[in-house]
Design a protein around this ligand. Structure first.
Ligand code: GTP
Ligand code: MG
Length: 333
């Protein structure tokens, strides 16, 4: 099922409750003064960020959202109940545009809120109008109308993990089998010219063109497209087992990444030896062991084939685990 990354919705905040005209009844007294309470405030419509990129799919295009009205005031100076706020959850990364005014907001954190329609004020009861010169006001006001509006919600995904490697390493093939993406794959270099995103459960993967030796000097497609993965949290470094010297291929790409931006090179990395079906299981295991010795820093090393579901599950597990570690180290500062 394709990811829903856009919705237009209509929102209406609650109307304020009316103020009322009531009179106090007291024993032994004919007239006890005004006692009409104020109306309650209408509920607001609030948008709140959640960490679930599929959330927009729960809403219909053009869906109407309405918060509760405030209740009217009552006698004995009782305030009417406020209308309940209505909360609409949207994925973190959503950009909200108020269609009528063009005003925009971005939800960047979980729990972040924007009031997209304010509830109407409650009206005043007659008690409110009591003064030295008017002991028996007969007036009350009506509640205010709630705001209404049309909002466009657009999800701008930020990739969690970026696929890097030489041309032909199998990056796009992995994107296609792990996500809803349907990108072009080819048995030649530089099939991918534009970055693409795909969603694997709750993980956003970015696929970019291949890097070659000298990319920093403009060879191949250069390296400027690396900016598309500058904000990812994890690199998925793909090295084909069809390479004569996988360790060399690995180091070449590492050098180009470091030349582009040392901060990118410092990110956590999952090393994926791709096309494992083209070699014997023993050869794949041996290559993985060798790569563990030559690789930069720590992190999983996996042999994967798009034809081997178990290997894809291992990769999925590793991705989730590394991103989870990333999360907890980020929250510790
Ligand atoms: N046997 C086998 N072939 C694979 C596997 N993964 C990818 N390939 C093949 O490898 C070739 C390159 O795959 P792509 O996914 O286009 O590689 P890429 O890294 O995206 O290449 P560029 O976009 O050019 O950088 C294609 O012919 C794929 O069919 C695999 O697991 N096993
Ligand atoms: Mg590709």
């Amino acid at each position: 099922m394709a990811l829903v990354d856009e919705r237009t919705i209509h929102v209406a905040a609650g109307r304020g409750g009316d103020g009322v005209v009531r009179w106090r009844r007291e024993k032994y007294k004919e007239f006890g003064g005004p006692a009409g309470g104020d109306g309650g405030k209408g509920g607001d419509v609030i948008v709140r960020g959640v960490r679930d990129i599929s959330y927009l799919g729960k809403y219909q295009e053009g869906q109407q959202f309405r918060a509760e009205d405030g209740a009217s005031g009552r006698g004995a100076s009782q305030h009417g109940k406020n209308g309940k706020d209505l909360v609409i959850f949207v994925p973190v990364g959503s950009v909200l545009t108020h269609v009528e005014s063009g005003r925009t907001y971005e939800i960047v954190r979980e729990g972040e809120e924007v009031v997209v329609a304010r509830g109407g004020r409650g009206g005043f009861g007659n008690e409110h109008f009591k003064s030295a010169t008017n002991q028996a006001p007969k007036e009350a006001t009506r509640g205010g109308v709630g705001e209404r509006g049309t909002w466009h919600i657009e999800l701008r995904l930020i990739a969690d993990a970026g696929l890097v490697g030489l041309p032909n390493a199998g990056k796009t093939s992995l994107l296609n089998v792990l996500t809803n993406a349907r990108r072009k794959v080819g048995a030649y270099a530089f099939t991918t010219l534009e970055p693409a995103l795909g969603v694997h459960y709750d993980i956003v993967l970015a696929d970019i063109p291949g890097l070659i030796e000298g990319a920093a000097q403009g060879k191949g497609l250069g390296h400027a497209f690396l900016r598309h993965i500058a904000r990812t949290r994890v690199l998925v470094h793909c090295v084909s087992l069809e390479e004569e010297d996988p360790a060399r291929a690995y180091r070449t790409v590492r050098r180009e990444i470091a030349a582009y931006n040392p901060a990118l090179a410092a990110k956590r990395e999952i090393l994926v030896l791709t096309k494992s079906d083209t070699v014997t299981p023993e050869a794949a295991a041996e290559a993985a062991a060798r790569m563990r010795r030559v690789r930069a820093g720590e992190g999983p090393v996996l042999a994967v084939s798009i034809l081997d579901d178990d290997s894809l599950k291992e990769l999925s597990k590793a991705l989730h685990a590394v991103l989870k570690e990333e999360d907890s180290s980020a929250s510790m500062g």
